[in-house]
Write a protein that binds this ligand. Structure first.
Ligand code: ZN
Length: 233
């Protein structure tokens, strides 16, 4: 017998039976390991996290249900079209993340869920490890804006034009100390190592992540977006 052979068939059959058993809850697996259970932002991310994130695209009801289970304070926004390829669907107005964010900002729900995952599993643990305290504030340059990439007339629409991107300029620690992308990205200190880790970790939950390593246009902020392209620079 050629591929897959008897052993391969038995393996495939075992996987199929396993999936049916998980689907029908004949066997008990933690919700985090069942592809049919919604994303739980509070549990440690695993191999299914990105799949569960992708399920939130185009499902505003499920997405808001997940976002309500996080510490993000938000209100639901009406869908909006403000121009050619500008506007948003299933967006929310973020008031706190729960860190203080100063000016509230609009993001699609799925982008806000990525933000909650990033803050919970990357940003706060990194701050505690490097500085022995949490982040109490996030300083940002805004999210939704009807414009092209770099504001060029001939370029494609930026992810900001559909409220799928957020520009983060820095962080405020619990003791009031500020860490700024513009000032602290370079160097060998704890601030620089912290920012590096925060950028790398963002790539686990966002699709496009651009930092000062990418180009001069991002010298003073981290661009975090959800979209069709994965990029981590
Ligand atoms: Zn940006």
């Amino acid at each position: 017998m050629r591929w897959p052979g008897i052993a391969g068939l038995i393996l495939l059959l075992t996987i199929a039976i396993g999936l049916v058993a998980v689907r029908n809850e004949w066997i008990d697996v933690p919700p985090a390991w069942s592809p049919w259970k919604p994303l739980d932002v509070t549990v440690p991310p695993n191999l299914l996290t990105r799949y569960k994130l992708s399920r939130l695209t185009g499902d505003g009801v499920l997405c808001r249900q997940v976002l309500r289970s996080t510490a993000v304070e938000f209100e639901t926004l009406m869908d909006r079209a403000t121009g050619e390829n500008c506007g948003f669907t299933d967006a929310v107005l973020v008031r706190r993340t729960p860190a203080d964010v100063g000016e509230e900002f609009s993001l699609t729900c799925r982008t806000a869920v990525s933000l909650a995952l990033w803050e919970t599993h990357v940003l706060q643990p990194a701050a505690r490890r490097h500085f022995g305290q949490g982040v109490s504030g996030i300083e940002h340059f805004g999210s939704y804006s009807c414009r092209n990439v770099y504001g060029r007339p001939a370029a494609t629409r930026s992810r900001h034009a559909t409220a799928e991107a957020w520009d983060v300029a820095g962080f405020v620690l619990a003791d009031g100390r500020r860490i700024r992308v513009a000032r602290d990205w370079q160097g060998t200190g704890a601030e620089s190592a912290f920012l590096d880790e925060v950028r790398d970790g963002a790539c686990r939950f966002f699709d496009g992540v651009l930092s000062p390593d990418y180009n001069a246009a991002h010298a003073d902020h981290l661009h975090l977006d959800r979209g069709p392209y994965r990029m981590c620079r």
